[in-house]
Design a protein around this ligand. Structure first.
Ligand code: ADP
Ligand code: ADP
Ligand code: ZN
Ligand code: ZN
Length: 940
């Protein structure tokens, strides 16, 4: 097929309005438009879904039988679609075992590399261990200075009866016995502690390599794979074996030892041959035996078991034994306390070490297992969920003491490249890892063995650096990354592929990236399309929009008022007056004007002192209250470490609230009295469950169900609010249990979902759907957008009050019943904000937000700022981690972290109002902000 286009006719997925579209192949296409306008519906739910379906068609018949069950995207036809690959937001794994290295396959190549070229250093002696062949040993000996006298020997096996006579008959002439060279016949009757049989004596430079090699081979054969060479020179550093001196006939001879096995020449510890699996914590060959490769172990934690040490044992100091079920343990302890002198009526913190030991370890002769025995018993029953949960309440995890968190066993860690174990290497930043490889001093031979592996590794490390992640380490679990970072890690696997004629669909690749790093990302995405691939990016970032061959804008608004193509064409046309909404913003004809007046920072401050978590360099930061305060800085500068991981926990601890995990280390926090509450609105997905949706999340669904239960019809059937819940047996469809769809196990591929045949996706029983309020069923209501529902429920203040929150955060276009798992991270975050709005009406609340503009079009940012304005006007405070220049221009105060990422960041570079920050020469953000302010000024 020569057609250069992907042809879409009559696409109607979600809100798409019968769209016709021709997309030229092998170009970079950026889809833009306000949030909820239909970008994802086209890119992922139409194009990608169809590409994937076509791809499955090429599979076996057996695979295809599932295909028929895959819903076709709703469209008249879609032609010319290449095999598709999508990089979606937050598809990252939650497991600790999935690291950056694993996702990019860099770790697989590193394991190969270690198996091929690493040096083995004995963990006990620190000596380098080599495995020798007669040839390699001969080469090393031949390299000694010319004229050196050498004796090649072996040590006879222990226990052989009268060995010397036997060696004599094999033709050996001399032995070295306890430091003396003797004729073997003379030594035959003696008994010696230290005995070597001499195979050959030679002088370097006088005999050829073949003789040397043969002699060593003989020594290996008789010495069980071990040969010893005594040389009469002082051995240069780096020579094999321990340069142990042995006195022979009154003279000191350095002793060199060679082995055909991996054996320490000093302590004779044996090592297994290297194998990539030995460098993997997922393999029993490589995993630390103590923690089984987790890097942490969980112990019973006395602090949790005895939360209040001023209590006495009798009054229930030991919390797990206060439950009726386990009370008998306490009774046993009380019964034997007298005999073992354990005071049960004094505060727990007055017990002696010895008394505590008895409580911990028990008294076997009285069949009392103590805490240890008790938890062992619980462990044996951990197949029962409630025992497992119960047991975990009293434990806490700590770094594994054996492997110190490296997850590998001692032997795996003994192999080094450039002096670094594989764990140490993967713990370096990716920038440094690459530097280590570049400065590696390898023999030509070794380099050629590993050339292919190096190429693969270099390529992967380069891609990670290109997408702006050089400050991370390969061993970082994806779980601990921000969603933008994780997404860009996934992106590298695509950038590295050499496939051509593919369709790549990228969902907001620039999320979380500082303006400074966007241009490199743009280049690598361009390269992908220049390799004869079609690349479609859903994106709001100005640089990427400007780099596109063609732009497609969706609109005009969100949800039902969107789903149309409002512009398509190249950039220069987009920029023409009135051509497109995006173009208006790009050309500066629309925008957020710079606020005339910024809110003053005289409403008090919260001061955080001595923050030192992750890369933070013992910083003291003051955050103004009742303002829009932005924390900026390049990706990896330490923004989340400061705001989410330190400040939030620090405030919680001040407010005596639990915070999991606890805050990173800091010295002191002051000023918390000026706020009543602190709410962290991060980007973690709201839930994987399809049972969570905007209506349930903002608690609008309860009053809505009540409205239905109050109808006359419902009352005549005795239906309660419960009947209108898709979580309750009574009213939900029994085939799909209220999910609305069935999940089909595709066995070898990701599961697919198919609309439930019985309820047609409505989720409810027919009888329940027959109940109407103002002509609509409960399922009809779930299909309404927030805005539609708001006007529909006029006269129902309880429902409207809740829905108002959705409108306030600009999510009025979401369908009430849309599953939370289909929301973008930006939408999820604004939904969380909506849910908190009502709770925060009375108290002075500090909101901490993480990149709330993710997924937002310029026009959406305007709505978001209005929402912030509303919060500030009633006395709340906002601290926002953000890269978006448009939002930064509107800030009252900016705290810029950096100057760079990782170890080169973690400091406060500059702070002040945007104009002040723009003047800072030290700050990357300042530079970009200054340009942005000039542009905005010029446009206004
Ligand atoms: P964008 O990507 O432009 O933000 P989307 O394509 O995600 O917009 O959404 C367009 C419209 O389709 C919105 O009204 C949204 O609520 C709706 N929508 C998106 N995904 C689903 C879904 N899985 N089920 C039902 N409606 C959806
Ligand atoms: P930002 O939010 O500015 O992008 P972060 O605070 O996430 O930056 O990261 C700052 C530094 O701390 C980076 O070098 C990062 O690798 C490191 N870091 C962040 N989280 C962790 C973690 N859970 N474990 C180890 N290092 C971390
Ligand atoms: Zn361990
Ligand atoms: Zn059903």
């Amino acid at each position: 097929m020569t057609s250069g286009h992907i042809e879409v006719r009559g696409a109607r997925v979600h809100n798409l309005k019968d769209i016709d579209l021709d997309i030229p192949r092998h170009e970079l296409i950026v889809i833009c438009g306000v949030s909820g306008s239909g970008k994802t519906s086209l890119a992922l739910d139409t194009l990608y879904a169809e590409g994937q379906r076509r791809y499955i068609e090429t599979f076996s018949l057996q695979a295809r039988q599932f295909l028929e069950r895959l819903d076709k995207p709703e469209a008249d036809r879609i032609d010319g679609i290449p095999p598709a690959i999508a990089v979606k937001q937050h598809t990252a794994s939650r497991s600790n075992r999935v690291t950056i290295g694993a996702t990019t396959e860099a770790i697989d190549y590193l394991r190969l590399l270690y198996a091929k070229i690493a040096d083995l250093i004995c963990p006990t002696c620190g000596l380098r261990i080599e495995k020798h062949s007669p040839q390699s040993a001969a080469e090393q000996i031949a390299a000694l200075p010319l004229g050196t006298r050498v004796m090649i020997c072996f040590e006879p096996q222990q226990g052989a009866s009268n060995p010397l006579t036997q060696f004599q008959s094999s033709g050996f002439v001399r032995v070295i016995a306890d430091g003396q060279v003797l004729n073997i016949a003379d030594a035959a009757n003696g008994s010696f502690i230290d005995l070597h049989v001499v195979v050959d004596r030679l002088i370097i430079g006088q005999q050829d390599l073949i003789r040397l090699r043969d002699s060593i081979e003989t020594a290996f054969r008789h010495g069980e794979g071990r040969a010893i060479a005594f040389a009469d020179v002082s051995v240069a550093a780096g020579a094999p074996g321990s340069a142990v001196q042995t006195s022979i006939d009154g003279k000191n001879w350095p002793r060199l030892e060679f082995s055909t096995r991996l054996e320490c020449p000093n302590c004779h510890r044996l090592f297994a041959d290297p194998d990539p699996r030995r460098f993997s914590f997922n393999s029993p060959l490589g995993a630390c035996p103590t923690c089984e490769g987790f890097g942490t172990i969980s112990d019973i934690d006395l602090k949790k078991i005895v939360p209040d040490t001023t209590k006495t044992i009798r009054s229930g100091a030991i919390a797990p034994w206060n439950t009726p079920k386990h009370r008998h343990e306490l009774d046993e302890l009380l019964a034997l306390a007298d005999d073992y002198l354990i005071p049960v009526d004094v505060p727990f913190n007055e017990l002696t070490e010895e008394q505590l030991r008895l409580i911990r370890e028990g008294v076997p002769e009285r069949k009392f297992g103590g805490l240890t025995g008790f938890f062992r018993w619980l462990d044996r029953h951990k197949y029962k969920l409630h025992y497992r949960v119960f047991a975990n309440r009293w434990r806490s995890s700590r770094t594994c003491p054996t492997c110190h968190g490296t997850r590998l066993n001692e032997e795996a860690l003994a192999w080094k490249i450039a002096g670094l174990s594989i764990a140490a290497l993967t713990g370096l930043t990716i920038d440094r890892t690459l530097a280590v490889f570049n400065s590696l001093d390898l023999s030509v031979q070794r380099r050629s063995i590993a050339q292919n592996i190096f190429d693969q590794l270099n390529q992967r490390l380069h891609f990670l650096i290109e997408v702006g992640l050089g400050y991370l380490s390969l061993d970082r679990p994806l779980r601990t990354l921000s969603s933008g970072e994780a997404h860009r890690v996934m992106l590298t696997s695509v950038l590295g592929s050499s496939l051509v004629n593919m369709l790549y669909i990228l969902d907001e690749p620039s999320a979380g990236l500082h303006s400074k790093d966007v241009s490199r990302l743009v280049q690598s995405i361009r390269r992908l399309s220049s390799r004869r691939n079609t690349v479609i990016a859903v994106e709001h970032e100005e640089d990427l929009i400007r780099a596109a061959d063609r732009l497609i804008e969706f609109g005009p608004a969100a949800g039902d008022s969107g789903g149309q193509i409002t512009f398509q064409g190249p950039l220069d046309q987009m920029l023409k007056p009135s051509a497109s909404l995006t173009g208006e913003f790009l050309a500066g004809r629309r925008g957020i004007s710079i606020p005339e007046k910024r809110r003053p920072t005289n409403h008090g401050w919260i001061k955080l002192m001595g923050a030192r978590g992750h890369n933070l360099k013992n910083v003291t930061v003051e955050f103004p209250l009742n303002t829009l305060c932005v924390v900026s800085g390049v990706s990896g500068a330490g923004k989340s470490s400061l705001v989410q991981e330190t400040l939030y926990g620090a405030i919680c601890s001040r407010k005596s609230r639990d915070c999991e995990p606890p805050p990173l280390p800091f010295d002191e926090i002051v000023g918390c009295g000026q706020i009543d509450d602190c709410i962290l609105v991060d980007q973690t997905p709201i839930g994987r469950s399809s049972r969570v949706n905007p209506a349930t999340y903002i608690k609008a669904f309860d009053p809505i169900r009540q409205v239905f239960a109050d109808t006359v019809e419902a009352r005549t059937h005795n239906y309660t609010a419960g009947h209108f819940s898709f979580n309750v047996e009574a009213g939900r469809c029994s085939a799909c249990q209220g999910e609305g769809f069935l999940t089909i196990d595709m066995q070898f591929m990701a599961d697919v979902q198919k609309k439930c045949g019985q309820c047609g996706g409505a989720r409810y029983r027919k009888e329940v759907l027959a109940i109407k309020y103002r002509g609509k069923s409960i399922a009809d209501v779930l299909a309404m957008t927030g805005r539609e529902a708001f006007s529909f429920f006029r006269g129902q203040p309880k429902v409207q009050a809740r829905l108002k929150q959705l409108i306030d955060v600009g999510l009025d276009y979401l369908q009430l019943g849309q599953s939370a798992s289909t929301l973008s991270s930006g939408e999820a975050q604004r939904l969380k904000l909506a849910a908190h709005l009502s709770a925060a009406t009375k108290s002075r609340t500090l909101f901490l937000l993480d990149e709330p503009t993710t997924g937002l079009h310029f026009a959406d940012v305007v709505t978001l700022l209005d929402c912030f304005e509303a919060l500030l006007s009633v006395g709340h405070s906002l601290i926002i981690v953000e890269h978006n220049l448009q939002l930064m221009r509107s800030a009252d105060y900016i705290i810029d972290l950096g100057p760079e990422a990782g170890d080169d960041g973690g400091q406060v570079v500059a702070c002040g109002i945007p104009e002040e920050l723009a003047r800072s020469t030290a700050s990357h953000t300042g530079r970009y902000l200054s340009q942005s302010l000039i542009n905005a000024f010029a446009a206004s």
